[in-house]
Design a protein around this ligand. Structure first.
Ligand code: 475
Length: 826
């Protein structure tokens, strides 16, 4: 791809110009942050041309468009990624070098946009990258939170949250688009009017509060194809003319309230992962961005089409979990109240436009809004949901006459609650899980009743990740090596080609090169750790990594208990052969999740003791990387030897970190959970380390009330010792209470939850054995290299390009676009 804007001379001039007009400075005088801004604006200039060209192509082709509705987009930094996808990274790096500017240092100036918690938000970001790269028309629709995911500091071993003021220096890649603002209304009451002229009942919302939603657009650049889609995130603003009106009426209070509502609504991302907190403000956020996005989509459709009945031919709303599920009722409201359609017509359109993805079966993540809260905040939307529910229950009764159990289990409104998943399933034409095992569990356990009633809706879409960010950008050394070995760059847009690397699985020279790159990446991470943690780690040791959100089901506790066990072993048998290991953790805990925070403290306490014990000769190191986020993730994946994917089987819907490790040549140490199952299928059981209960076994235990961890505790002295060390002061300067709660959680039933409900002690031995196999395998240098390389070679399935193509083929049915640009100079 040729772009004259990236010609070195022109680009340098552009950067100089930007520094001058933005800051009245020369390049030499500018701060690194100012240089980041100046470079980014120069890159944006180039992107804008393609963005316009893409919009023009849309106007010409009138393609069907997917609106990916998501409360979260965990984008990570834009500058480097945009340069890569514009295929200008190298050119720009050289141009900047010549100016004495280090592109890496400039990239580090960009705040990490963290408008998401974890897997679900990052998946949305990978999907946008793939949609643009494959040439499909797509909008990401979300919220422009003022504060994204908090920044994590570790103080005295404890997590401390500080606000993430990511917009402080301005965001050079966004465009404010005031002209597309939409009004969103909350509360008040519904007056029913009969309109003689049209012979119809009208529903008029009055006494409501409202805010103005203002869209900010960010470009989503496809790889090497001039295709630029849009991430549209909404800001909230008080409606000033309303305010004046209120002043006129002397309603000062209401004016101030509206001002406050606007300010609070987009203030901050809720930091819960896989967890529902039931906060009213969260529901406001949901309706706010959903209503604005759907209004905008319908308005855009109507600008060039006159038959609203054909909306499903051009528009698709994909709901990223249940968080945007009010979309179905909002679309109904617009079709009924604003377009004047009858119920059946409106329902027919809505159910052809909406589809739902489920991302978790954790019971505590299910959204169930209290009806009184919901109906007060969204009175008209609630009426519509009542009617959807009423009609659905009639269907259930027709299908299962006399079976009131079914009605109770399946109703949308039940027990004073609005069950959002039920609404999404009833109104969506597609319900998908995110890995094969997860979808099977949905069909046969969690959503069994719905699957039996409407099996045709259910389908699987195994997750994927983008190789542009997680290999090209994160691991340039390996990316170049892959290109050299395959003799083509085509893997960048066709990851199945990676299988060509299998040819090198028995080639000693290639294996040595592969491991040499791994070693260099481990040095890069070791530098990062020294700089950020002040801990020295040996890049020759095994880098065993678990990075992901902190959650009990992900079992970071199992990992650290095993480290404690290894430490005991080394102390008890100093002569024992032991391959040096570095255990690396990175995880944010939701601010209110006390037990998760205790686990972070425990990891740091174990690190303190182990890292400072001279007697073990540095055989064991433990590192907790502060503020795990997309930007340091890229460095971490590239440097990992072992990928820890050790969730309690059945709990991790898919996992996507597992795929990023695999891509970067780290074998999985994991349970048969989520997409691990498919990873093992691709790479072969010999090139992974699998342990633990199966999902069936876990589900079985759960159905029969759990198991008895006390038996294990009493019969396995090594396990007993480790568990006792939680309360004997070993890791707490003699404090026997600091980890009492963790100790209790493993051994005692507590209130509603069973002792060791995540089967940590049950899986411990099997995990320790798998870890032993890792050590043995690693000692065989070439054998390990082979496993590592085969992981990279077999990762083809796990590109989000494949996932998106499946969504397009089975659910979305989008039209491919070829953006035409003037490339006469090429
Ligand atoms: C799964 N987040 C992973 C990933 O499909 C899976 C956010 C807000 C409120 C409640 N929950 C969330 C999730 O549920 C979530 O991130 N789920 C994750 O989605 C992508 O790979 O297994 O845990």
């Amino acid at each position: 791809m040729y772009n004259p804007r990236f010609e070195k001379k022109a680009f340098k001039k552009e950067v100089e110009h930007n520094v001058k007009t933005l800051y009245r400075k020369t390049v030499d005088e500018a701060t690194p942050q100012q240089l980041f801004q100046a470079v980014s604006f120069a890159v944006k200039e180039a992107i804008i041309d393609d963005w316009i060209a893409t919009q023009n192509q849309f106007k010409k082709d009138d393609p069907k468009t997917v609106y990916y509705m998501s409360m979260e987009f965990l984008m990570g930094r834009a500058l480097g990624n945009n340069l890569i996808n514009m295929t200008a990274y190298r050119e720009v790096k050289e141009a900047l070098d010549e100016m004495g500017i280090d592109l890496n240092a400039i990239e580090d100036q960009e705040p990490d946009p963290a408008l998401g918690n974890g897997g679900l938000g990052r998946l949305a970001a990978c999907f946008l990258d793939s949609l643009a790269t494959l040439g499909y028309a797509a909008y990401g629709c979300g919220i422009r939170y003022r504060y994204g995911m908090f920044k994590q500091k570790i103080e005295n071993g404890y997590q401390v949250e500080t606000p993430d003021n990511w917009l402080k220096d301005g965001n050079p890649f966004e465009l404010r688009r005031e002209e597309y603002a939409k009004e969103v209304r909350f509360g008040g009451n519904i007056r029913v009017e009969y309109d003689d002229a049209t012979n119809r009942t009208k529903f008029v919302q009055e006494n409501y509060e409202s805010v103005l939603a203002i869209p900010y657009d960010m470009p989503i650049v496809g790889y090497g194809n001039h295709h630029v889609n849009t991430l549209r995130i909404w800001d909230a603003q008080a409606i000033t003319d309303f305010q004046l009106e209120s002043f006129d009426r002397g309603d000062y209070h209401k004016a101030v309230e509206q001002e406050n509502l606007a300010k609070t609504i987009v203030e901050v991302l809720y930091p819960n992962d896989n967890h529902y907190a039931g906060k009213e403000l969260r529901l406001k956020q949901q309706y706010f961005f959903v209503s604005a996005s759907i209004q905008a989509a319908v308005a855009k459709y109507k600008r060039t089409h006159d038959d609203i009945h054909k909306l499903p031919e051009k528009v698709l709303f994909q709901m990223n979990d249940t968080h945007p599920t009010v979309a179905v009722a909002e679309l109904m409201r617009i079709l009924l109240d604003e377009e004047g359609l009858g119920w059946n017509e409106a329902w027919d359109i809505t159910t052809k436009c909406c589809a739902y993805t489920n991302h978790t079966i954790m019971a505590e993540a299910l959204e169930k809004w209290p009806i009184d809260l919901f109906s007060k905040l969204l009175p008209r939307v609630y009426q519509i949901i009542q009617e959807i529910d009423r009609r659905f229950i009639i269907q259930v009764r027709e299908m299962y006459p006399g079976n009131e159990e079914k009605v109770k289990k399946m109703a949308i409104l039940y027990n004073g609650q609005v069950r959002m998943a039920h609404l999404a399933i009833v109104a969506g034409f597609s319900v998908n899980g995110v890995a094969r095992l997860h979808t099977e569990i949905l069909k046969h356990q969690e959503l069994k009743d719905f699957y039996e009633m409407m099996p045709e809706k259910f389908n699987n879409k195994t997750n994927g990740i983008t190789q542009r960010r997680f290999l090209m950008h994160g691991n340039p050394l390996l990316a170049d090596w892959v290109t050299e070995k395959l003799g083509t760059k085509d893997w960048i847009t066709d990851l199945s080609l990676m299988s060509g690397l299998k040819e090198y699985a028995d080639d000693s020279k290639a294996l040595a090169e592969f491991m040499d790159i791994k070693y260099k990446n481990k040095e890069r991470l070791a530098d990062y750790i020294l700089k950020h943690n002040g801990i020295e780690v040996d890049p020759r040791s095994i880098f065993d990594v678990q990075v992901k959100r902190l959650h009990e089901y992900k079992r970071q506790l199992l990992n650290i208990l095993h480290v404690m066990y290894l430490y005991n072993q080394i102390k008890e048998h100093p002569e024992m052969s032991f391959y040096p290991r570095t255990f690396i953790f990175g995880a944010k805990a939701s601010a209110g999740y006390i037990r998760a925070k205790e686990i972070i403290k425990l990891i740091n306490s174990v690190a303190d003791v182990v890292n400072n014990d001279r007697s073990i000769n540095g055989k064991l190191k433990v590192v907790f990387i502060e503020d795990y986020r997309v930007s340091n993730a890229e460095i971490i994946f590239a440097a990992a030897d072992v990928s820890e994917q050790i969730s309690t089987a059945s709990k991790e819907a898919s996992g996507t970190g597992n795929m990023k490790f695999m891509l970067n040549g780290a074998p999985t140490l994991g349970t048969m959970d989520g997409a691990n199952v498919e990873i093992v299928e691709e790479v072969g059981a010999d090139n992974a380390f699998i342990f633990g209960l199966s999902s069936e076994e876990v589900i079985n235990y759960e159905n029969y009330g759990g198991y008895h961890p006390q038996d294990i505790y009493h019969n396995d002295p090594d396990i007993k010792k480790v568990v006792d060390q939680l309360v004997d002061g070993t890791y707490s300067h003699g404090d026997t209470e600091m980890y009492r709660d963790l100790y209790n959680s493993l051994l005692m039933n507590q209130g509603g939850s069973k002792a060791d409900m995540y089967f940590i002690l049950k899986d411990f031995r099997s995990y320790a054995e798998a870890q032993k196999k890792v050590e043995e395998a690693y000692k065989d240098k070439e054998g390990w290299a082979r496993k590592a390389l085969l992981n990279t070679a077999c990762c083809g399935k796990f590109t989000s390009d494949r996932t998106i193509q499946e969504y397009v083929d089975d659910i979305w049915h989008l039209d491919k676009i070829q953006v035409e640009v003037d490339e006469t100079e090429e």
